[in-house]
Design a protein around this ligand. Structure first.
Ligand SMILES: Nc1ncnc2c1ncn2[C@@H]1O[C@H](COP(=O)(O)OP(=O)(O)OP(=O)(O)O)[C@@H](O)[C@H]1O
Ligand SMILES: [Mg+2]
Length: 492
């Protein structure tokens, strides 16, 4: 299941209508494109789509290219650094006719805010040159286009704002994906996912897929376990994006310090995804893992010896160390939840039952919980495996719940429950017949009251003994909770 196509690719909108919400952006962008297609050149030859991540900027450009049958010529952040690449694209952008059956061209410069204020000025000039020469629509995208260095680009662009996807639009869309995947999904769970990702559909879909692949369903309970509170700036997915695409040490450090994860979980997220991101280049991977290992050594010392003064070194290794391990550009990989977190969530239920079992048996057997876990649970498992009928009696005597029985023996669970029910029935019948005997005894007693008066005192004593016997029986019952189960088992 893990190797399946990422849902964000599988369900990427193919038409403009499929792009959820963003009506205002469409109202501005579509007439602008149509103007190009009708052969006239609009005032602004470039458009800059800007807004939060995962809101459909790149998707809308792709949908437009699809719907209007346009050839999409794309440059992404890593290519912006090379002036020669921009110039190569500029030539294509300036020539009008694409190869048939394509109707026209569209140039996409994705994530221009990746250009740095220092060092990439040449690239900005080259892009401006490209726009000047272009005879096809040029579209740029950015999360934050307000940097001073991007001003020349803003000036030549039609600015199109993208907003976070509102809940009312996002939920039906996410629900449709679940339906298409045949995954059981609670509406409240999706609502929770949406809130935690603050309208970032990419992150929502990634969260959904991770949970669905690990558990086969998406419930509120699972979602709450898997998605941590994210009050700070970045979600873990955004942190990975910012970290793996950081060009400078400060960007990497900012990424890992702007996410709301404790240090252990932060490390797990990065360690899980370094091999995924750098896996196609052994040298980059080696450097990435080296950096992780250094971070781990520092963190080990911090935890063991409480040397908190080492914390900056931990951050250096985990942030810039990992980010700058790459020498070549890597496409965005399919990132994933830390396996360990998935495992902990998956075994959460089992761990809870084990804990309950430990506290029950430690109370009844007067031993420590650790002793129960180390000695009694393995013993009970062994008995359940080898002798289910005997185990059923034990289960009754020890008052194990059905889920505890299931935990102790998945294989013989059904058999044990059958035995247990049979035993309970027998027990009920024994109790019933005992009760009816008792009441019959009482009736006999009352019936024989007058004659008793007349009988010898020796016989009266006999009756007294009987009632004493009953009393002690009663007190025994109350000790075992009214059922006298252990007696019953022992008798057998
Ligand atoms: N408005 C939307 N309608 C439908 N799907 C969307 C929308 N926005 C995002 N998605 C989903 O999220 C994925 C990523 O979206 P997209 O690449 O368009 O985001 P973006 O706005 O370009 O983000 P970034 O700023 O990080 O580049 C898409 O493949 C799609 O599955
Ligand atoms: Mg994008």
């Amino acid at each position: 299941m893990g190797n399946k196509l990422p849902w964000i690719i599988k369900y990427r909108p193919k038409s403009i209508e499929e792009v959820v919400d963003q009506e205002k952006a469409k109202e501005v962008l579509i007439p602008w494109i149509q103007k190009w297609l009708q052969g006239s050149i609009p005032d602004k030859k470039a458009a800059l789509l800007w807004g939060p991540p995962g809101t459909g900027k790149t998707s809308l450009v792709e949908a437009i290219a699809n719907e209007y049958n346009l050839e999409k010529i794309e440059l992404n952040a890593s290519d912006f650094r090379r002036k020669s690449d921009i110039e190569r694209i500029a030539i294509v952008a300036a020539t009008k006719k694409p190869l048939p059956p394509k109707r026209g061209r569209i140039v996409l410069l994705d994530e221009v805010d990746g250009l740095s204020p220092r060092g990439d000025e040449g690239a900005i000039t080259a892009i401006l040159e490209l726009v000047k020469k272009a005879r096809n629509p040029v579209i740029m995208t950015a999360n934050d286009p307000w940097g001073q260095h991007l001003r020349p680009l803003r000036d030549v662009c039609l600015l199109v704002e993208f907003k976070r996807i509102p809940k009312t639009k996002a939920l039906p869309y996410l629900m449709k994906i679940c339906e298409a995947e045949g995954i059981f999904c609670e509406k409240e769970a999706l609502s929770y996912i949406w809130e935690k990702n603050r309208g970032d559909l990419r992150a929502c879909i990634n969260d959904m897929q991770s949970i669905a692949e690990a558990f086969g369903k998406i419930t509120l309970e699972l979602v709450k376990t898997m998605i941590v509170e994210r009050d700070r700036e970045l979600t873990p997915w955004e942190m990975l994006q910012a970290l793996f695409y950081a060009k400078y040490a400060w960007q990497a450090k900012k990424a890992i310090t702007s996410v709301d994860l404790d240090y252990d979980t932060l490390f797990l997220w990065i360690a899980e995804n370094v091999p995924r991101q750098y896996g196609d280049d052994p040298e980059d991977l080696w450097r990435g893992v080296e950096a992780l290992s250094r971070a781990d050594v520092y963190y080990g010392r911090i935890k063991r010896k409480l040397q908190w003064n080492l914390l900056p070194y931990f951050f250096e290794a985990l942030g810039p160390g990992v980010a700058l391990a790459k020498e070549k550009y890597h496409r965005r990989a399919k990132w994933s939840y830390p396996e360990k977190l998935v495992l902990l969530a998956r075994t959460k239920e089992e761990r809870r039952i084990r804990e309950e079992l430990a506290s029950l048996l430690s109370r009844t057997e007067h031993v420590s919980k650790n002793y129960v876990k180390a000695e009694l649970i393995p013993l009970l498992k062994f008995i359940a495996e080898k002798n289910p009928s005997y185990f059923a009696k034990l289960a009754l005597g020890l008052r194990l719940t059905d889920e505890m029985i299931k935990y102790l023996s998945r294989k013989n669970y059904k058999l044990i429950i059958e035995y247990k029910e049979k035993l309970l029935k027998e027990l009920e019948e024994t109790t019933k017949s005992r009760k009816s005997q008792e009441t019959r005894g009482k009736v006999d007693e009352s019936e024989s009251k007058t004659p008793l008066k007349e009988t010898a005192s020796g016989e009266r004593k006999e009756t007294g003994k009987e009632s004493k016997g009953k009393k002690s029986d009663k007190s025994k019952k109350s000790k075992t909770g009214g059922l006298s189960l252990l007696d019953f088992i022992r008798k057998d």
